[in-house]
Design a binder for this molecule. Sequence first.
Ligand code: N1C
Length: 263
Amino acid sequence: SKEEKSPELLRWQGRGTTRNLREIVLGRCYSYLAEGHVELGDRDCLKIWESLKAAFIHKNPCNSTTEDYQPLMELASHPVPCNKSLFWSRTYDLVHLYSKSNRQFLTLEDTFLGYMLDGLSWCGDPSAPGINYESCPKWSECEGSSVSVFWKMASKMFAEAACGVVHVMLNGSIEAGAFRSSSIFGSVEVFNLNPDKVSELRIWLMHDIGGPQSDSCSGHSIMKLRSILEKRNVKITCEDNYRPVQLLQCAHNPDHPDCSFCT
Ligand code: N1C
């Protein structure tokens, strides 16, 4: 009814729990396993859904903790082979387009855990039925919002597990700079790379086709990232407009002047 949708009941500013969350998570779980991820062995999708539900149902959506998500992380985690980890910040569409076209790389959303929850929203409510489908706290509304605690924890585990040469795709068309210390990449992943296992971080700094060239490998923000990682004993290299990715951008913008490579 209209009354149920009245603004007073929209307690939070973010979108509510995704409708049919259970079916979506179960479906993605079974799909991932059916797509031939044999290295995962047997996984119990129902148990995985139950552990996600238990992490937030009937709870205050601002008080999520890593303990809430620990059982889910254990059920869904799997090793990522060395040299395959691909991090990103502000390049969501492009990085996933690329990781889908080059199986040599895995983003968090290409792992079992990330695949199941990518793009979904969920949060609890202390009153019945225990799940809020109308609204959830935005990341900025509270520190411990269910979805942000989940992604920070998943990102931390993904970074800790990385080994060999790892990559990150950053956006050089962002005015605030390609590397932002407040992003999950800048605040969680960079500090959880293990220097004993990670030999090098390779940055791919991509510009939007036709977009501003606000930042580059020689810019301040990359210098900042360089100094953080050098202190942590991780070697770092940076390439502007890494060609295999740029060609993918150009496949979508073939007639743009930025894409006429033969002068
Ligand atoms: O804050 P960001 O990017 O730097 O986070 C990206 C970084 C990646 O390397 C991922 O491994 O952190 C991980 N990560 C996700 O995998 C992810 N999937 C979906 C972080 N956030 C993720 N999301 C959602 O996108 C989440 O809601 C978060 O707010 C954005 C990421 O924002 P960003 O600034 O582009």
